[in-house]
Design a protein around this ligand. Structure first.
Ligand SMILES: N[C@@H](CC=O)C(=O)O
Length: 309
């Protein structure tokens, strides 16, 4: 399989941020969680996607979390990637400048979401981020919450215009879109979550955006490697398990919480029982009961996902 992508084929993992009752960062827990992911072989880490509550932090929290994240990531030889979610382009630019001053060069861009960008606005957004910071590398986070899902043709145009646009995180893509992404924008590394990774890795050099599989990092890595090896049987078997795990998680958490962090913090607590489930206000996290119900479901139906990694 040919691979012309500008960034390595890896497993990309989100870091959740533990907050205390006052909404302050619990630094030791955060450091331990980063160290734990790195030690388990998840070494392409980012903070401030949806699970990392990049949409909810103010500037002082942003700077504090970035300082700790970058410091701890580098201790483990991990290149820190920082997500940028804001309605304000100047705020995004300011965050990139402050990160760049700390030596950070990998960023995750999301489109401003108050109103879906039109084509001219989209071009301006990328010119003012990728174009303005040519020494940095950017991954685009393609999600419905931003109001506009970019298409394979959009990526072909943007990748030709911006050599430092290197990757995309896809949260939703159908089979036809997967094929067109590899055909129209092969320069970009396309990352897919559990359900679509199985198919995408059979038809192109897909990256794996790990979500629920992070409850067991070794099995997550094996799933990724099955995709690299195009081992259809292993992919399908693990994909079926992961879909079942996701359904169990949704049942356990129930209908209230709806931001990714509510779910991802359950995964973080599986690795460290001290990890708080709370999200920054006004958003609702999962409850302790939901966490216990999910663990119980794994114990009953998928015990291998609970074994030591
Ligand atoms: N939960 C991830 C995205 C995966 O769908 C994130 O928070 O960035």
């Amino acid at each position: 399989m040919t691979d012309h992508a500008r960034s390595p084929r890896t497993v990309l993992a989100a870091c959740c941020v533990p907050w205390d009752d006052t909404g302050a960062l619990v630094e030791p827990l955060f450091r331990d969680s980063i160290a734990g992911l790195a030690a388990h072989g998840l070494r392409d880490l980012y903070v401030f996607g949806t699970a990392g509550e990049g949409y909810a932090v103010d500037e002082p929290r942003f700077d504090h979390v970035v300082d700790v994240f970058a410091d701890e990531a580098r201790r483990h030889g991990v290149d820190p990637m920082v997500g940028l979610i804001s309605l304000s382009l100047p705020a995004v630019i300011g965050r990139i400048e402050r990160c760049a001053a700390r030596g950070i060069r990998s960023f995750q861009l999301s489109l401003p979401s108050w109103g879906a960008l039109n084509d001219a606005e989209l071009a301006t957004f990328f010119a003012e981020t990728c174009g303005r910071f040519p020494e940095a590398a950017f991954l685009h986070y393609n999600l419905g919450r931003s109001g506009r899902m970019l298409t394979p043709d959009d990526y072909a145009t943007l990748a030709a215009e911006h050599p430092n646009l290197v990757a995309v995180k896809h949260t939703r893509a159908d089979y036809a879109t997967v094929h067109r992404l590899f055909a129209r924008a092969p320069q970009l590394r396309h990352f897919f979550t559990e359900a679509m990774y199985s198919y995408a890795s059979l038809v192109g050099p897909a990256g794996f955006l790990v979500s629920i599989a992070s409850v067991h990092p070794r099995l997550a890595r094996e799933y990724f490697e099955a995709g690299v090896a195009r081992d259809t049987d292993a992919l399908m078997a693990t994909c079926a398990e992961l879909l079942d795990l996701s359904a169990a998680l949704r049942r356990a958490v129930g209908p209230g919480p709806h931001m990714d962090g509510a779910f991802d913090k359950v995964f973080a607590r599986m690795h460290d029982p001290r990890f708080p489930l709370a999200l920054l206000p006004p958003y609702q996290g999962a409850s302790d009961d939901a966490y216990e119900a999910f663990r119980g479901a794994l114990r009953a139906h998928h015990p291998r996902w609970l074994e030591p990694s």
